[in-house]
Design a protein around this ligand. Structure first.
Ligand SMILES: Cc1cc2nc3c(=O)[nH]c(=O)nc-3n(C[C@H](O)[C@H](O)[C@H](O)COP(=O)(O)OP(=O)(O)OC[C@H]3O[C@@H](n4cnc5c(N)ncnc54)[C@H](O)[C@@H]3O)c2cc1C
Length: 474
């Protein structure tokens, strides 16, 4: 492609800024990033309270976040944040010793360890190719992409077993005789808002929690950033030749020989467009997300495919609790990570131990669409109401002994965030080749798709997919 190609990038989150970085590295400098809000970073969102930044979106990374590491090097930042500690509590606030190594039921622990080991072996052998970036070929029993290694070598091969990855994770591990691994995988999955194992295809679970990443979680070998994950992308944006344009209201995109974008009332013409904003079409019940069809001239094929996308309703709430109630560390309530306890707080993150006015952040899910084993009627199942769920979480924190302090008679809640979170498709669509069809559309109508749905909804997978996209097409 001509290096002078004029490229529009929609979205200034990790995927959009990452795409710009990799384009620049390849010599493409004629790009413009359009960001809807007044800040970059997207769901890497780190507001300040009393001079310190806390996290409403992404929190952590692991040493195998190679694409995030590319960004760190380019932007001149490093993972210099507070160490993560974790403890466990029961919903009644008492300590939960089931995950305490010393007190853990020994026969169970041995069984679990055996299954984790077996799972690691199965993934490397039977499911060879499971962990490369993106989903190309998986539903056809092959893999094609870039290895998750510092060098990101191109890899490809045939492996019919990969078709199993379309199954919900629960079925997948049961089928492979390792059901207990769910006890470990659930913590950085469901409580991090990625849904329930009886409905989310194993492909997504393992794209993010590949074996090496999971072992980093187990060993608390994790990265955080002092000024929050948003600061990574603010620093990246500053280093780019063209910083993202903020407060950009795109009302129309028409594609033909060229791509004409109407933004803030003016038309601009481009050769190519990379969309990292949500691809979902139709009504989206979220205050920040907008259906792609509200501004793009979607084709019949795009409409058909993108109408299959669903997302997680994942809310975070930051509030102030009294210093005498500070927990000893951030903690998980594992009993609240089941479909039956939907709408209850699963994690409580305390970032700055012993600071005065310490924000505590709660994490809750409001949707579980799967009726038993069937996903056919998932659209009929309503999500929980936002306000009601917030009240449930406030009751939870009172029971847990960490209630908000009162200010002018009201709970001191300092920030609420309803993310358009982890877009994905379900088993049937995954198995019938959703990704192959979308990948086959890459480049048509001068359009490229990137962002969370194309691989997985975490910082690394999104930036890595942008890397792969630039390597493949530019
Ligand atoms: C509570 C929470 C916890 C998380 N924890 C972690 C974690 O610990 N580790 C981790 O790796 N990841 C975590 N994530 C996930 C991570 O933040 C996301 O996967 C990542 O930010 C996705 O990047 P993206 O660029 O694809 O999308 P986004 O971050 O959503 O960015 C998309 C950008 O596009 C903009 N946009 C949307 N529509 C338009 C439009 N029409 N025009 C112009 N701009 C538009 C948005 O404003 C936004 O800035 C977490 C997220 C949340 C919410």
């Amino acid at each position: 492609m001509d290096k002078k190609t004029r490229i529009a990038i929609i979205g200034g989150g990790p995927a959009g800024l990452g795409a710009a970085m990799y384009l620049e590295k390849k010599g493409y400098e004629n790009y413009v990033i359009f960001e809807k809000t007044d800040h970059v970073g997207g769901k890497c969102h780190s507001p300040s309270h009393l001079g310190k930044r806390y996290e409403m979106g992404a929190i952590m990374g692991v040493p195998s976040y190679y694409a995030v590491h590319d960004v760190e090097l380019f932007a001149g930042v490093t993972h210099d944040g507070p160490r993560l500690h974790r403890t466990y509590r029961l919903p009644n606030g008492k300590p939960d010793h089931r995950f305490d190594k010393k007190l853990f039921n020994i026969p169970h622990l041995l069984k679990l360890k055996k299954q984790i080991k077996k799972f690691g072996e199965i993934l490397e052998t039977k499911y060879k190719g499971y962990d490369i970036t993106g989903h190309i070929g998986v539903s056809e029993g092959r893999y094609e992409g870039f290895a998750v290694t510092p060098g990101r070598e191109p890899v490809s091969g045939v492996n019919p077993n990969l078709k199993d990855l379309a199954l919900p994770f629960k079925k997948f591990v049961e089928m492979n005789g390792v059901p207990l691994v769910q006890e470990i995988w659930v913590q950085p999955f469901t409580s991090f808002g990625y849904g329930y194992f009886d409905e989310i295809p194993a492909a997504y679970v393992l794209k993010y929690l590949d074996f090496q990443t999971m072992m980093n979680f187990v060993n608390v070998n994790l990265w955080t950033w002092k000024d929050g994950t948003q600061s990574i992308y603010e620093a990246l944006n500053k280093k780019l030749k063209h910083q993202a344009l903020l407060n950009q209201n795109i009302t129309k995109i028409v594609r033909g020989d060229k791509v004409t974008i109407t933004v803030n009332g003016k038309e601009e013409v481009f050769d190519k467009i990379i969309i990292t904003a949500p691809l979902q079409v139709g009504q989206i019940n979220n205050p920040v997300a907008q259906g792609l069809d509200t501004y793009l001239d979607v084709t019949a094929e795009e409409r058909e495919l993108f109408s299959k996308i669903d997302y997680e309703r994942y809310d975070t709430m930051a509030y102030i609790t009294a210093p005498e109630n500070y927990p000893e560390a951030s903690f998980y309530v594992v009993d609240n990570m089941t479909p039956e306890t939907l709408g209850h707080g699963m994690v409580f993150y305390m970032r700055w131990g012993n600071e005065p006015e310490q924000p505590l952040v709660s994490y809750v899910l409001r949707k579980h669409k799967n009726e038993g084993e069937s996903v056919v009627d998932y659209k009929a199942r309503p999500e929980l109401d936002y306000e009601q769920t917030k009240q449930t979480v406030l009751k939870d924190v009172a029971t847990l002994g960490i209630p908000p302090i009162k200010e002018n008679g009201k709970d001191k809640i300092i920030y609420e965030f309803q993310a358009y979170y982890f877009p994905h498709v379900f088993t049937e669509d995954y198995a019938s080749g959703w990704y192959e069809k979308v990948e086959a559309m890459q480049g048509k109508n001068n359009t490229y798709y990137a962002g969370e749905i194309m691989s997985f909804g975490d910082m690394d997978e999104t930036v890595e997919y942008s890397h792969d996209l630039v390597e493949r097409f530019f």
